[in-house]
Design a protein around this ligand. Structure first.
Ligand code: ZN
Ligand code: ZN
Length: 283
């Protein structure tokens, strides 16, 4: 993929994730990131809102951080899971929502990994690699067969930053890191400068329990429940990523356990950034 331009600036501001240092902000086991480039402001996923509150934790945090819907020109949905589309209710309808009611999104571009709908909007299905904005592209949907959740195509965002390379932004990471790297390197000549977001390493447990069972450990890794993901696999993924010498690594805590976060932090040292709601990662 060439000729889609680049951006000098890139800022990734977690609006929803599992950790925050600011007691005024809400956190949950979901994802929503605000991405600012030279020319565009992209909302990457729309959080979980499991209690279907209105305003949702996402809208609450946007309000606290002084972000208005008007400044967002593009909405990017990584995959159709409840923690990324604003709840189970919207996932079942193959739709999404920023709060418990679907607020008007006139004039916004919307990109989804499978055909999805939204009132008075025509989302673009980015099943194949798709240019989204200047210096920003979807690497295209990569499907994974999940044991409980079934066939799950997920797309990640690639931002080409001037003089640095590709910064990948990932939702849950069901595609698996090796496939994300392989797809990125097949599409772009530039090196992988960084990777930010969820990669799904819930080895010691997940953030959510259902009937006392840490469900993320058994749901979503693409493995059978009787052989859940191990620390060895996390270590192998880290080794693979290290061969690319990334200058920025930030792992979302929404679908990885603290032991995996620690291993990433120790492995990438100063290149590693914690992802916290309300704290921008600026490249
Ligand atoms: Zn997720
Ligand atoms: Zn997911």
């Amino acid at each position: 993929m060439t000729g889609f331009g680049s951006t000098r600036s890139l800022e990734i501001l977690p609006l929803i994730d599992w950790y925050t240092n600011d007691e005024n902000l809400m956190f949950e086991a979901g994802v929503s990131y605000l991405i600012r480039t030279d020319q565009n402001t992209i909302l990457f996923d729309v959080g979980y809102n499991p209690k279907q509150m209105d305003p949702s934790p996402l809208l609450h945090n946007m309000d606290c951080l002084g972000i208005t819907l008007d400044e967002i020109d593009t909405i990017f949905i990584s995959h159709n899971h409840p923690d990324h589309v604003g709840g189970m209710h919207f996932m079942r309808r193959k739709s999404f929502s920023l709060t418990s009611r679907q607020i008007p999104l006139h004039q916004k571009m919307v990109y989804t990994p499978i055909p999805m709908t939204y009132p008075h909007v025509n989302p673009v299905c980015a099943e194949n690699p798709t240019v989204i904005a200047k210096g920003v592209a979807s690497i295209g949907a990569i499907p994974t067969q999940l044991f409980f959740l079934g066939w799950t195509p997920e797309q990640a965002l690639a931002c080409l930053v001037d003089g640095k390379g590709i910064v990948l932004i990932v939702g849950c990471g069901h595609q698996t890191l090796p496939k994300i790297i392989a797809r990125t390197e097949a599409l772009f000549r530039e090196p992988i400068y960084g990777i930010v977001g969820g990669l799904h390493y819930p080895v010691t447990g997940g953030r959510e329990k259902f009937l006392g069972i840490p469900i993320e450990k058994y749901v979503g890794t693409g493995k059978v429940p009787w052989h859940p993901i191990t620390m060895r696999e996390v270590r192998d993924n880290i080794q693979l990523l290290k061969t690319r010498e990334p200058q920025l690594v930030a792992l979302s805590a929404h679908d990885s356990c603290d032991a995996s976060l620690s291993m990433f932090r120790d492995s990438f040292q100063e290149a590693y950034k914690d992802m916290k709601v309300g704290e921008s990662i600026v490249i």
